[in-house]
Ligand binder design. Structure first.
Ligand code: GDP
Length: 194
């Protein structure tokens, strides 16, 4: 691990967000997409465990990433999973009220890592989220999780369909299980925070 993850706090209201400081990366995705597993693969079990603790799954969980010299290099914001509610007019309608202000106004936020399952076709809620981020002018990267479950042609076909369905030019295939794609994700995170 390049960094140690230090849990900062769980926020369920905008007043509780930590002071905006180090560059921030937000992780977003439908429930069960593999967000905890990915956090575990990139920053260690502690972050994944905190984020999946009951009561914290509806909060934004903030983690500081500390380098070996003890410096806070960046902050990861793990956002609540979405998608269990009925299809709503916008993603934000099914979200707690504090998510919108976070994504719209958070000054330190440099990149949104949006997770979709490589094995599941694009969902309206995913598309809505990306449209929302585009409108808000937020930089994002879409990551296709659990890519180890697919191989060869099936993987290529699913990724191409996801790109089309989500109206994006690029998708990053990743596996928390095999660590495929993790290095590439770090490259994107470093670029956004550097
Ligand atoms: P979350 O609800 O988004 O935090 O999702 P989890 O991280 O809890 O993962 C949901 C399910 O997908 C679990 O059963 C995981 O074991 C599985 N999963 C997550 N990541 C991967 C992966 O990279 N490969 C495979 N094969 N399964 C995964």
């Amino acid at each position: 691990m390049r960094y140690t993850a230090q849990f900062l706090l769980s926020a369920t209201a905008a007043e509780q967000f930590p002071p905006s400081g180090a560059p921030e990366i937000a992780f977003l995705g439908r429930s069960n997409v593999g967000k905890s597993s990915l956090l575990n693969a990139i920053v260690g079990e502690k972050a994944a465990r905190v984020s999946s603790t009951p009561g914290r799954t509806r909060a934004i969980n903030f983690f500081a990433l500390i380098d070996r010299a003890g410096r806070r290099r960046m902050v990861f914001a793990d956002l609540p999973g979405y998608g269990y509610a009925k299809i709503s007019k916008s993603v934000s309608a099914e979200w707690p009220k504090f998510i919108d202000p976070y994504l719209a106004e958070r000054e330190a936020l440099k990149l949104c890592v949006c997770l979709v399952d490589a094995n599941v076709p694009a969902r309206p809620s995913d598309l809505q989220l990306l449209e929302w981020l585009r409108t808000a002018g937020r930089e994002f990267v879409v990551v296709a999780t659990k890519a180890d479950r697919l191989s060869g042609n099936t993987r290529a076909r699913n990724l191409a369909e996801l790109k089309k369905g989500l109206e994006i030019d690029e998708i990053l295939a990743i596996s928390a299980k095999t660590r495929f794609g993790i290095g590439e994700l770090w490259t994107r995170v470093d670029k956004a925070t550097g």
